[in-house]
Design a protein around this ligand. Structure first.
Ligand SMILES: *Cc1c(COP(=O)(O)O)cnc(C)c1O
Length: 396
């Protein structure tokens, strides 16, 4: 959805400043924040028609809100999607997208390298409602194929994955899903809307935690579901309306304004991450460096085909033990310890004791999450300051 006055072919930077604006009668320059739960009608007839869907206005903030709709339209314009729905958090987006596609008796196949809560939804919550799931090694196309059952309705994956930054062949998995009539849902948080376009690669639905790079300044939670108008209407529209994981208009306003600077921020973060990754590669105490922008990444060839940029996350091992990783994290002075990512502030985390704590050491080893692994989310600080900080902490 886009502003009819705007030329069709515009770059993301331009769309993110000008698209998705619902200007009020006051002609405000900056998008207005509509903090209202409901709306009043000129007449009972207008109210009736609104409920019948015969006119397009707003009814109630659980269904839609002008500020939330601006965020949705701007996200759709950025992603190149026909339709978007905003949610209260990234997890609300993931849950609604997946739950909206299944009924009791259906089956979901998911790549096992998933963000922690996503894995809970697939492994613990879906089975409680009679939806079985199989977790596979997302990198192994034969494993996806082998997991398919007659009742498989959804393929779900995250790429690059957390925290090892493995990259899954979205085009190949999408083709496989299509061949058995299943829908592919892609969690595109790590790639950001700038650097990977799952819908163009054949995915049916893209989900985001807007909490990450989209806000990018650590302020509020949010999520988005993007797909064809038919997909949204058929699978998530009613579920969202009736179950209520609506985004608050305040958060929508923050995220809407954040979208104006998303390309600037993500480009800068990506450049800095590239510089840091190349520097880390020269450091003796750093092992198993993973960065999607480097030629030594195990899926470098796929990345060149599939991603438009490597994004802002780096994974690496410091020394060989948890103690080595902790000594490094505790010695950092600029980079802060936090499990969040995509922020203006550079943040580092020890996945084995936080996001991946609930797994056994064997399961973690299987996922590539070693005791010495550190995940770094690169922020907006000057690259020289960040490299100096990492250098002094590596000496600790
Ligand atoms: C953070 C995150 C989520 C969940 O988003 P919230 O906004 O925290 O609910 C889902 N997937 C990935 C990959 C994430 O990084």
């Amino acid at each position: 959805m886009s502003d009819a006055r705007l030329p069709n072919k515009l770059h993301a930077e331009t769309r993110l400043v000008h698209d998705g604006i619902l200007r009020s009668q006051f002609g405000e320059t900056s998008e207005a924040m509509f903090l209202t739960q409901g709306h009043v009608y000129d007449s009972a007839e207008q109210c009736e028609n609104r409920f019948l869907g015969k006119n397009d206005g707003f009814i109630y903030a659980r269904f839609s809100n002008p500020t939330v709709q601006m965020f949705e339209q701007r996200m759709a314009a950025l992603e190149g999607a026909e339709a978007a729905r905003a949610t209260a958090s990234g997890m609300a987006a993931v849950t609604a997208a997946v739950m909206g596609l299944v009924r009791a008796g259906d089956h979901v196949v998911a790549a096992r390298a998933l963000f922690g809560s996503c894995r809970y939804v697939v492994e613990e919550h879906l089975p409680r409602y009679g939806v079985e799931s199989t977790l596979v090694d997302g990198l192994d196309l034969a494993a996806w194929k082998a997991a398919i059952r007659p009742n498989t309705k959804v393929f779900f994956l995250e790429s690059p994955s957390n925290p090892t930054l493995d990259v899954i062949d979205i085009r190949a998995v999408a083709a496989l899903a299509k061949s058995v009539g299943a829908a592919l849902v892609v969690d595109n948080v790590f790639a950001t809307p700038l650097w990977q376009k799952p819908l163009e690669l054949g995915a049916d639905c893209v989900v985001y935690s807007a909490t990450k790079h989209i806000d990018g300044q650590g302020r509020c939670l949010g999520g988005a579901i993007l797909a064809s108008a038919e997909f949204i209407e058929k699978n998530v529209h009613t579920l969202l309306r009736q179950t209520g994981p609506a985004m608050s208009p305040f958060n929508a306003w923050v995220l809407l304004k954040a979208l104006e600077t998303l390309p600037l921020r993500v480009r800068r973060q990506t450049e800095t991450a590239s510089a840091i990754a190349d520097w880390l590669a020269t450091q003796a105490r750093v092992r198993n460096l993973r960065f999607p922008g480097r030629k030594d990444h195990p899926q470098a060839e796929l990345i060149a085909r599939q991603m438009l940029g490597p994004s802002s996350l780096i994974a690496f091992e410091v020394g060989t033990s948890k103690a080595d990783a902790f000594r490094f994290l505790n010695a950092l002075r600029i980079i802060r310890i936090s499990n969040n990512l995509g922020d203006a502030k550079s943040l580092a985390v020890h996945p084995a004791t936080t996001t991946h704590q609930r797994f056994t050491p064997e399961q973690r080893a299987d996922m590539g999450v070693g005791e010495a692994l550190v995940r770094l989310s690169v922020g907006l600080e000057h690259p020289d300051d960040l490299i100096a900080d990492i250098a002094q902490a590596l000496k600790a």
